[in-house]
Ligand binder design. Structure first.
Ligand code: ATP
Ligand code: MG
Length: 572
């Protein structure tokens, strides 16, 4: 393809609205343009990457036995009312009315519609398992659309739904999808983790998230350096501590004045202690009831773990009045001694001794506090965030924390939708049973963006070969006739050999072409120069190795050299 014939509106400056590098680079490299908040035009170069990724997803879905369908984007309210999600989904669901006043929504996901497809035409367990998928537009009226395609309002998702006659079948379907997801992200050449995810309010259901590792990721991912254990922060646990030696003769409980010292930093500085010698007492209100939560002073409480433990719909930090009422002290001086509300503590707290706690009195703390003697042993549970270097919960390895971007989510749904929508089949005993479902999503645009978050440098994008819009950038570095004629022919020969080449035939200085080539980030760059050509070679460079010297490739070998480099980088 000739550059001069394409719409590739590159930008020299970073667009001011872009907060993350993938958004910046997708705008600058001319892949996308914004139409409205969270709504984007995908331009030719961007679409080529989308299509590459979609093709990989489609191949792996088909290989796993799933069948492609296309479901309506506009969906009738009645179906959503059957599952109660018309009410429950909230303002993320964009609702519309047709000219007759009938209510519809733009599909944010398609469990209702696909369940309707299956209940209408599937009668017997013999017709199962079925897995149906589509690669199609979704709309979610996100409260904060941001980061370009990463969190848009209109976006393309691959969504698959499996239907089985029983649990063991559903487990198999889930497992087939899990494997397909591994293959998809491996084929893209992305560094990723499959993590056990919190399935929150749905409770009991099992899900895994696929996270592309990138420093700018929105979520933290803990993974073991020795085994395959990986979990996101809401779920990650560490091996429970084994009893740190408790002192033979515990210190005496001593009240000390700590005027104005409320924070961990202030109290440790004042008392000459370290944060791990302090016990934090946090007061929450769970569905209206105050509860005290204890964690070691240097640890962070994980809010989701606490919410799951309490089974609370609403969990809030106590306001200052509530704190004063339940502890008798202003915020900053709460402690477990003498509290009359429910107290729960992180597992690690059980092994603490002679620690510092708030005195439930303004400007005072206790030192030398011990569980059992000074306050009753609370219930213990895993409540804190794991940190780098914590012990792996399943092997002898250590946990390592990375940032990740959720690009895919696989979910065991059970019979939640089939029961509310009466999607049943006859089993082998002739009994009517609800089908057991799973759902499996992948964000197309988000994955392409995540690949850029993971692979870029100051000059621009560094595409992995399987997602690159073209394989090779071809640049004629001189306007001389023989150089241009050679480049033209090389372009044709590469295309004939099945190599996707973007030939920069613009009437621009070589410097401009190199800059745009780096920004667009095609994996390979071929430069035809007057001197090299006279000596019988063209220059080959890899975008991922900007500092490396170019490889001079003899003119006669170029096509085969490039063809084999491309084939070798496809991860198939
Ligand atoms: P998030 O927690 O990021 O909002 P989600 O749990 O709502 O994601 P799912 O409903 O599991 O996401 O959707 C499946 C996939 O669709 C996600 O893994 C992600 O890749 C993609 N996706 C979800 N929301 C968006 C969005 N607003 N913009 C782009 N892609 C999205
Ligand atoms: Mg969401």
């Amino acid at each position: 393809m000739r550059y001069s014939r394409m719409l590739i509106p590159t930008l020299k400056e970073n667009p001011s609205e872009a907060e993350v590098v993938s958004h910046t680079l997708m705008m600058r490299a001319g892949l996308i343009r914004k139409l409205a908040a969270g709504i984007y035009d995908v331009l030719p170069l961007g679409l080529r990457s989308f299509r590459k990724f979609e093709a990989i997803v489609r191949e792996e879905m088909n290989r796993a036995g799933a069948q492609e369908v296309v479901l309506p984007v506009i969906q009738p309210a009645e179906l959503w009312q059957e599952t109660g999600r018309w009410q429950k989904y909230g303002p993320e669901l964009l609702r519309i009315k047709d000219r007759h006043g009938r209510e519809f929504c733009f599909s944010p996901t398609a469990e209702e519609v696909i369940t309707n497809v299956v209940r209408r035409d599937v009668r017997s367990y013999r017709q199962l398992p079925i897995n149906l998928y589509q690669i199609h537009t979704k709309f979610r009226d996100e409260i904060r659309p941001r980061f370009g395609l990463m969190r848009g309002r209109e976006f393309v998702m691959k969504d698959a739904y499996s239907f089985d006659a029983d649990e063991p079948g559903a487990d198999k379907s889930y497992d087939a999808m899990r494997k397909a997801y591994h293959r998809i992200f491996e084929r893209c050449g992305l560094r990723f983790r499959a993590v056990a995810a919190d399935s929150g309010q749905i409770g009991g259901a099992f899900s895994s998230e696929f996270m592309v590792l990138a420093a700018t990721g929105e979520s933290a991912v803990a993974s073991c350096d020795a085994c395959s254990y990986a979990a996101n922060l809401e779920k990650a646990s560490t091996r429970p501590p084994v009893g740190a030696e408790k002192p033979a003769s515990p210190a005496a409980l001593t009240r000390v004045d700590t005027p104005g010292a409320r924070t961990i930093e202030e109290v440790t500085a004042f008392l000459g202690k370290t944060a791990d010698q302090l016990l934090k007492t946090l007061i929450f209100v769970a569905d209206g009831t105050p509860v005290a939560v204890l964690v070691r002073g240097d640890r962070e409480l994980n809010y989701v773990k606490l919410q799951n433990l309490l089974g609370a719909d609403e969990l809030l930090m106590a306001d200052p009045e509530t704190t004063q009422r339940v502890t008798g002290a202003p915020v900053g001086f709460a402690g477990p001694i003498g509290l009359s509300i429910r107290v729960i503590a992180d597992l690690e707290v059980e092994h603490m001794a002679d620690f510092v706690v708030g005195a439930n009195e303004a400007d005072a703390h206790f030192t030398g506090c011990n569980i059992g003697r000074d306050f009753p042993a609370p219930a213990f549970a895993d409540l804190r965030n794991v940190v780098d270097g914590d012990a792996c919960p399943v092997c002898e390895g250590r946990l390592q924390l990375d940032r990740g971007i959720e690009v895919g989510h696989i979910f065991k749904l059970g019979t939640k939708y089939s029961e509310s929508m009466h999607c049943v089949v006859l089993n082998d005993k002739g009994e009517e049973v609800p089908v057991v479902m799973g759902c499996y999503g992948i964000g197309i645009g988000r994955t392409v963006a995540a690949s850029i978050e993971q692979n870029h440098d100051d000059a621009g994008i560094i595409w992995p070969m399987p997602l690159a819009p073209y394989h090779v950038a071809l640049i004629a570095a001189s306007p001389k006739d023989d150089v241009l004629a050679f480049a033209e022919k090389l372009h044709d020969d590469l295309e004939a050999a099945g190599v996707e080449v973007l030939y920069d035939d613009r009437d621009e200085r070589a410097g401009v072409k190199f800059k745009d080539a780096d920004l667009i980030g095609l994996p390979l760059r071929l430069t035809v120069g007057a001197k090299g050509l006279a000596e019988g070679f063209v220059e080959l460079k890899r975008r991922a190795e900007p500092g490396a010297p170019f490889e001079p490739v003899p003119v006669a070998d170029v096509v085969e050299r490039v063809r084999s480099l491309v084939a070798g980088a496809m991860n198939v």
